[in-house]
Design a binder for this molecule. Structure first.
Ligand code: FAD
Length: 280
């Protein structure tokens, strides 16, 4: 037996959070499968009707994406080329039904190592904004996800938005995912890259890999190696050894650690080559 509450405003949601422990819910597409058929117990705080938590807005500081924005909405939005990777991830998160209900905020708060939304946001330098009855705070996405299924979110905090700084909106990005089949699959490895070029050379490089460590991560040493390289040659500079050294892959039934690291390096090369072909 659960008590289901669906506030219309953030202050109302904050008051409910202050009144006692609540299970925060958005699309429910991670929460319900985890119950494995059992009933949901306790107080449920459904955020999907809260005004202002949905949609995207561009401002002088960058782009703000409401936490309850669904993957279908991300995929359909007119966004700069730097967010192509996020949109490519959006259309590969489950099927249409999951994309219509699942949210960007739920993906980050669930913090699965295989959460497809994380690498495309890491290459944008994304931050998250949290609200609680005590006020608001912002932190880097890389600091928000602290471990597999662990975040820095306090029990009385709600993720209200994902913030992409202006600097992250430069360049072109790509997302590639490897699973046991082409669609409807949990990632064995996935990558996102964002490259900004100037005069045919790599001026900025952001590379992130997911499902190959407890938490998706950027690869600063590999990124540094690409700076200044001719764009057309950049993919060839990504070595299996350098990528493997930056990861700590799981060894499980979906893939061995060596397979995951090798696949991640190949996905990165393909993603960078694709950006180079498009001209960054
Ligand atoms: C069939 C199927 C296929 C899937 N395929 C993929 C896939 O390919 N790739 C992938 O990455 N994921 C996949 N998922 C997982 C899931 O759909 C996504 O992670 C989705 O983005 C979760 O969003 P949600 O709104 O449904 O989260 P919910 O289930 O509502 O919540 C997930 C967690 O986040 C918390 N939470 C949610 N919103 C907030 C908020 N604003 N503030 C604070 N806490 C919050 C909840 O308390 C809960 O702990 C799949 C799921 C299913 C059922």
């Amino acid at each position: 037996m659960s008590l289901y509450q669906r506030p219309q405003t953030l202050p109302e949601a904050m008051a409910l959070l202050a009144a006692g422990s609540q299970k925060v819910m958005a699309g429910g597409t991670d929460i319900y499968p985890a119950l494995a058929g059992a009933d949901l117990h306790g107080l449920v705080l459904d955020l999907t009707a809260v005004a202002g938590l949905r949609g995207m807005a561009a401002g002088p500081d960058g782009l703000r994406i409401g936490a309850c924005t669904t993957w279908a909405e991300v995929a359909a939005a007119a966004l700069p080329p730097a967010l192509v990777a996020l949109q490519q991830a959006a259309v590969q998160i489950g099927g249409r039904q999951i994309q219509a209900a699942g949210t960007i905020g739920g993906n980050l708060c669930h913090a699965s190592p295989a959460a497809d939304g994380v690498p495309p946001l890491l290459v944008l330098g994304a931050e998250v904004e949290l609200a609680s009855p005590r006020g608001r705070r912002r932190l880097a996405l890389a600091a928000f996800i602290t471990g597999p299924r662990q975040t820095a979110r306090a029990a009385d905090e709600v993720l209200v938005a994902v913030l992409i700084p202006q600097a992250g909106l430069a360049g072109q990005s790509r997302f590639l995912k490897l699973g046991a089949r082409a669609w409807l699959v949990i990632s064995i490895a996935m990558v996102a890259v964002r490259i900004k070029a100037a005069q045919g050379r790599v001026a900025e490089a952001a590379l992130a890999v997911g499902a190959c460590s407890g938490v998706a991560r950027r690869l600063p040493a590999v990124e540094a190696h690409l700076i200044g390289a001719p764009l057309a040659a950049a993919a060839g500079l990504i070595s299996d050894a350098a990528v493997a050294a930056a990861l700590d892959p799981l060894d499980d039934l979906r893939g061995s650690a060596v397979y995951r690291a090798t696949a991640a390096a190949e996905l990165l090369r393909r993603a960078v080559a694709d950006v180079a072909e498009a001209g960054a």
